[in-house]
Structure formats: structure tokens, C-alpha cells
Design a binder for this molecule. Structure first.
Ligand code: SF4
Ligand code: SF4
Length: 364
């Protein structure tokens, strides 16, 4: 299977006169295949260069690839099929980073649902229990207590990154080599077709329970193309769709995603912007403005507030959040979610500092 993303098109910049008289233009792609995909995304020098006949309006990607580590200039045979015309370009683009797919969930929207966890989040909430979803791409979790000291990870790592996370490109080679599961790659690239196939396995349950599919994360709107693609395909198959979001995104993304979304699960964590910035890494102006505009647009929204002890569980903060939701156009459900421990072990495994809000906050 091939994945690819356009690096840049040098259409007017470089034209090549071929021996057969045709003019070719140069287009650069990240040229990647399944086992090379992660290094290629991190290493721009792994780009793959192809030339396309000038007379063709579509971009070609050669079906037979060679080493991605060399920059190559490929003249396609005239008989080469056009990947756009063959419909393959669409599926190549429709891939994104996910870190989990959970079936039979009952807390992220109505009925029985499949929840797809997309990678990447612009917020850094101090109580986050999914820090593995923060980075836009996969990362290695390390569990030192399981290590038997065999050294295989260091043997297979080409980047000397076993002892230095900063050099890691998340290729996963050390995780495959580790016999004791001391290293685990969290996050992977998935095609939309693959996610849809998994999600639609439970369609009979969606029909009988009023359920569907929820995009969560991370922040699903941090991968707007992938999210749109997934939602569109789900709608085409008649599935109920929900998007769990922090609302920290540009309005244009919400406009695109809204017609494909039956339900927004929209987090309102704190009303005080400076406190929001202190505890979540960003202010909340955009979040509140988007909430208002989305309400005005008539979208179906359930607002949700994680009740975090010592953060927003005071009467005053709760009153302010409630008043904000009540002030929005339309009638919206507002759920208070119980806080559960952040799982300090996850932070340690990912090499992250354990935030101040720890498991000791409890679950009240
Ligand atoms: S540490 Fe592991 S995942 Fe990271 S670059 Fe080395 S082999 Fe790949
Ligand atoms: S391969 Fe696994 S068990 Fe062996 S040294 Fe590396 S982390 Fe430890």
C-alpha cells in the first residue's frame, strides 16, 4: 500500500524536455510506503520526485517505487496509468494518524458507538488522561520495568535514539525488536477505508441502539482533511456521526465539518481565559466564540465539562459555565463529567513531566 502527500508542485519552475519531445514538469512528493511512512514524514530528505507529462492534467505516482531515501527523477512510460483517473489518488490522501479505535463505547454520544481517537491536540490540559494523543504523530512509550537489557532496541535503531528521545522518528523498529514489550509504538497511520471498515462492522448495533461513530482524540479537528473524509464516508453509509472537540480550531474548519456531523460533544472547561491558558496551554476566547457561532448555526451540540477537583468544581466557576451555556442560542444539553485520574504512568512512559494534577485528585 502506498501513502503520499504533495510536498510542493514546481509546475511553472522547472520543465524538462524529454528525448521523445514531450515536456515534463517536476512534482515532489513524500514518497512513502507502509514500512517507511513514519521516517519519511519526519525526514524531508526522503522525498520522492516524479515528473509528469505536461499534457496530463493529473499527477502521476509511479506504481513501482524504489528506495525512498534517494531523490529520484522518474520518467513515466507513456502507458503508465493515471492514478487520479484510477481513483487511487483519493485513497492515498485519505489517511491520518490515529492512536486507538474502541468499539462498543456508550459514553461518547448516544447508543452503542465506535470511537476513533485521532492523534494531535493543540491543548495541554493538566488533567488530560490521553497524553498519547497530544503529538500529531506516533510516539514510543517506554516501560523500563519490563526491560531485560538485551540491547536489541539499540541494535535496530538507525538514529541512535534509544537513549535520546529527541532523535526518535517513531519508526517503531525498536518496538518490533523488543522481546519484552518494554517499548511500544503508540499511534499509527490509518487509511480512511480501514477505519470505516472497522467502524461499520458494528452497524447493526448502531441501528438497534441509535448509536454511531464518534471522532475523538486528541483533537479530531487538528486533522481536518482526514476527519472530513471519515465523516463524509460515514454519512454516505448512513451512520450517525459525532465529533468530540475542544472547539479550539478556526471557524472555517467547523463550517466544513458541521454539515457532516450529527452531534458535537463540545468541551467547556473554564470560563476564565487566563486560568484556561495556565491549565490548558491556550486561552479560551476562540473556544467560546466558536461555541456561540456553532450554536447560532443550529448545530446539535452537547456541552461537556470535566469536573476537576480544585480547578472548576467550585460553585462560582460552575455557575459561570452554566450561565454561558444557557446564554447560547438554542437549547443545549450540558453534561458534567466525573474526573478520573490522569494515569501518571502514561506520562512517565512517554517521557512527559507528570502535571501537578495527579491521580490523588480522585474521582468524585
Ligand atoms: S528509538 Fe525506536 S522508534 Fe525511535 S527511531 Fe529508534 S528504532 Fe525508531
Ligand atoms: S529490546 Fe526491549 S528488553 Fe531489550 S534492551 Fe531494548 S527495551 Fe530492553
Amino acid at each position: 500500500m502506498l501513502y503520499g502527500s504533495l510536498v510542493r508542485e514546481r509546475f511553472p519552475l522547472r520543465r524538462i524536455q524529454r528525448r521523445d519531445g514531450l515536456i515534463a514538469v517536476v512534482v515532489e512528493f513524500h514518497r512513502v510506503d507502509a514500512h517507511r511512512v513514519q521516517p519519511c514524514l519526519y525526514r524531508p530528505e526522503h522525498r520522492y520526485r516524479v515528473s509528469i507529462p505536461y499534457r496530463c492534467i493529473h499527477s502521476f505516482v509511479p506504481p513501482h517505487s524504489s528506495s525512498p531515501s534517494r531523490r529520484r527523477h522518474v520518467f513515466l512510460p507513456k502507458a503508465a496509468g493515471c492514478w487520479v483517473a484510477m481513483g487511487k489518488w483519493k485513497s492515498m490522501q485519505a489517511s491520518g494518524w490515529i492512536f486507538d479505535i474502541q468499539r462498543f463505547c456508550t459514553h461518547d454520544g448516544p447508543g452503542i458507538r465506535t470511537v476513533v481517537f485521532l492523534q494531535g491536540c493543540p491543548l495541554r490540559c493538566s488533567w488530560c488522561h490521553n497524553p498519547e494523543g497530544w503529538t500529531p504523530r506516533g510516539q514510543v512509550a517506554i516501560y523500563p520495568s519490563k526491560c531485560i537489557g538485551c540491547g536489541r532496541c539499540a541494535d535496530v535503531c538507525r538514529n541512535d535514539a534509544v537513549a535520546d528521545r529527541g532523535r526518535c522518528v517513531s519508526c517503531g523498529a525498536c518496538c518490533e525488536a523488543c522481546p519484552s514489550e518494554s517499548r511500544r509504538l503508540i499511534g499509527r497511520i490509518a487509511t480512511a477505508d480501514e477505519v470505516i471498515a472497522t467502524a461499520m462492522r458494528d452497524q447493526p448495533f448502531y441501528v438497534t441502539s441509535g448509536g454511531g461513530v464518534t471522532l475523538s482524540g486528541g483533537e479530531p479537528l487538528s486533522q481536518p482533511e482526514f476527519s472530513c473524509g471519515l465523516l463524509r464516508q460515514l454519512k454516505e453509509r448512513g451512520a450517525h456521526t459525532a465529533v468530540e472537540t475542544s472547539g479550539f480550531t478556526d471557524w472555517e474548519t467547523l463550517v466544513r465539518i458541521s454539515p457532516l456531523t450529527d452531534l458535537f460533544l463540545y468541551d467547556i472547561k473554564l470560563l476564565d481565559s487566563s486560568r484556561h491558558a495556565e491549565l490548558c496551554g491556550v486561552g479560551n476566547e476562540q473556544i467560546l466564540a466558536n461555541a456561540r457561532r456553532l450554536s447560532q448555526s443550529g448545530a446539535h451540540i452537547v456541552f461537556r465539562t470535566p469536573v476537576v477537583p480544585g480547578v472548576n468544581d467550585g460553585a462560582e466557576e460552575m455557575r459561570r459555565i452554566g450561565e454561558f451555556v444557557a446564554s447560547l442560542p438554542g437549547l443545549h444539553q450540558h453534561e458534567l463529567l466525573p474526573y478520573h485520574g490522569i494515569g501518571a504512568g502514561k506520562y512517565a512512559a512517554l517521557g512527559l513531566e507528570v502535571p501537578l494534577l495527579g491521580d490523588e485528585c480522585g474521582n468524585e
